[in-house]
Unconditional design. Structure first.
Length: 195
């Protein structure tokens, strides 16, 4: 069921950690706004959702690319943390990755940043894509169906990311689950990683 999201968050209180809290709130808000409205959503909507003024947004992120990059970095960091967690295995890490595919439209392009699409990808997207691949390959058993060739796992991830579309989280989730099932790949709970 699609949960209602508040239009604004409660503003962070002042103090030493306000800047870090504001930055985290802006990244979380950007992820939500981009998932709901796409990458062309107005930056003012991100500031409103985070509960901060546009001046605070621009102090942290001077332009649209800067905030998209921060969202991507945070997504990759969560996948890496999931891969490093106690008890991590491929299904659990794929569950975290799938959550990010469903929640972050900006994340999809990173997973296709291998330079094969015709246009040269941004260097940072190539670096982020490689980090995701390393995190996943850490838990890929040698006898896994997606271990036959070096690129198979990331090709499968790209295939799943290509179908994770639709107007609601539930719709995107059903499509992701169906894609993994059709590929014969077990995926753990589709949730963000929390320390």
């Amino acid at each position: 069921m699609e949960h209602a999201r508040p239009e604004t968050r409660k503003p962070a209180s002042g103090g030493r950690n306000a800047a870090a809290r504001n930055r985290a709130a802006l990244i979380a808000a950007a992820r939500e706004i981009y998932a709901e409205h796409g990458l062309d959503a107005p930056l003012s909507a991100i500031a409103r959702r985070a509960g901060v003024g546009q001046g605070v947004l621009y102090r942290h992120f001077p332009d649209r690319e800067a905030i998209a990059t921060a969202v991507l970095e945070e997504n990759v960091r969560q996948v890496e943390h999931a891969a490093e967690a106690d008890g991590a295995d491929l299904p659990k890490v794929l569950g975290v990755l799938t959550w990010h595919l469903m929640e972050s439209a900006a994340f999809l392009g990173v997973l296709h940043a291998d330079g094969r699409s015709g246009s040269a990808p941004q260097p940072y997207t190539v670096a982020l894509s490689l980090r995701v691949a390393r995190a996943l390959h850490r838990h890929l058993p040698a006898n896994h169906p997606l271990a036959a060739e070096a690129d198979d796992l990331m090709i499968a991830v790209g295939m799943v990311s290509g179908v994770v579309t639709g107007p609601t989280r539930e719709h995107r989730g059903r499509r992701a689950e169906a894609a993994w099932r059709l590929l014969g790949v077990e995926v753990g709970p589709v949730l963000p990683f929390e320390d």
